[in-house]
Ligand binder design. Sequence first.
Ligand code: SDX
Length: 435
Amino acid sequence: MTDKSSGNAAQLATAADRTTELPILSGTVGPAVFDIRKLYNDTGCFTYDPGFTSTAACRSKITYIDGDRGILLHRGYRIEDLAEHSDFLEVCYLILFGELPTPAQREHFVNGVTYHTMVHEQITTLIRGFRRDAHPMAVMIAVVGALSAFYHEDLDINDPHNRLIATYRLIAKMPTIAAMAFKYSLGQPFMYPQNHLSYAGNFLHMTFGVPCEPYKVDPILARALDKIFILHADHEQNASTSTVRLVGSTGASPYAAISAGIASLWGPAHGGANEAVVQMLAEIGSVERIPEFIKRAKDKDDPFRLMGFGHRVYKNYDPRAGVLKSSADEVLDLLGKKNNPKLAIAKELERIALEDDYFRERRLFPNVDFYSGIILEAMSIPTSMFTAIFALARTVGWLAQWNEMVEDPEQKIGRPRQLYVGADERPFVPLERRG
Ligand code: SDX
């Protein structure tokens, strides 16, 4: 039935002999949605959707994924075009403000980020409280959350200026904090950011430079890293972005919300997969052992999954994986490491899996994490830093989504309901009458 007044088609839903009308809302592109906001009030029923596989939690203008066609757009621009023709800070501007910047806008934004890269000197004391073998993600969760203790004025998130400053601070400081976590694990001194370096170049300088001598940024590595940052910048309402939105919906500090996003990203089913992929390829060890692991990946009694394969939304090749696959060839060749056995195993694993009915029927393709770790490892970035780099790049997406949530008049505190299957009401039993 079509509701002429709103121009949106509507469907009737009946539950427990109570009926409601569900308007259908359409976006620019992609699936329409049933507006179920009146459902419970009219029928007394909730919807049930573990993992939110079919649930739109918000309206958004930032990123669109066509999972069937393997398309990823940021504000309408294809990820392949952005990776090829843009750079990370320009993509940050696009994701945050909706348009590619003019030269003047670009310069202002780059300066805004550049002059917020230093952290309060007390942060070094905070980091020194960790054991040297602390995982960088654990350090980043703690330090980013602790930033809320250093920037109290940002806590009024309803002030757009406060949100803008917090946005600049977090994009700017994430590379510094990630590099500090790495340096601390080595027992090496922290390196201060250098304002004359690019965003990616500065991260390489802070990660690999030492005070004893000048560090020369390799433009090949810097470009490869900048491209990796672009490919990880935002991705609709993934688990960590939804975490940031949910935390932010309570009015919490942006630093607390981003810290929660980092925590969510760390899981091996999400951003932690890039580290898990490299560990999996090392465990496979040779092309000859691939069939053994393909068998394990299909065995329901075996918890092993092919890390870097599958995706909740992509039921086609993840376009980011495509860009990274070609970058892997280019970077490893330029670094004289094109014979890296892990790359050979990855390519053969991909070939075999894509021909296997189990993976084809479930439309399991390589995702963004499948090739990124191989490139990072070839760049001598330690495995423990892979997810930290993902978090560093995703910070702009989390912040854009957080700002969009705060500015959205339809958004309110996130509070899902449940299907209760526990005990019905029953009287308390005193201790002496139990057992
Ligand atoms: C990221 O959401 C995002 O956008 C995330 C991300 C982003 O940019 O933010 O793209 C980044 O997190 C990429 C995903 C990285 N994770 C991995 O590579 C870990 C391995 N992948 C799987 O854990 C899994 O594919 C998920 C978590 C990514 C997706 O899981 P879903 O959508 O919940 O799918 P599912 O678990 O229901 O799987 C459907 C079927 C199952 O088999 P059946 O029960 O139907 O028989 O496919 C099987 C699964 O067992 N399956 C796999 C598999 N992934 C799914 N079998 C073997 N190996 C795998 N990797």
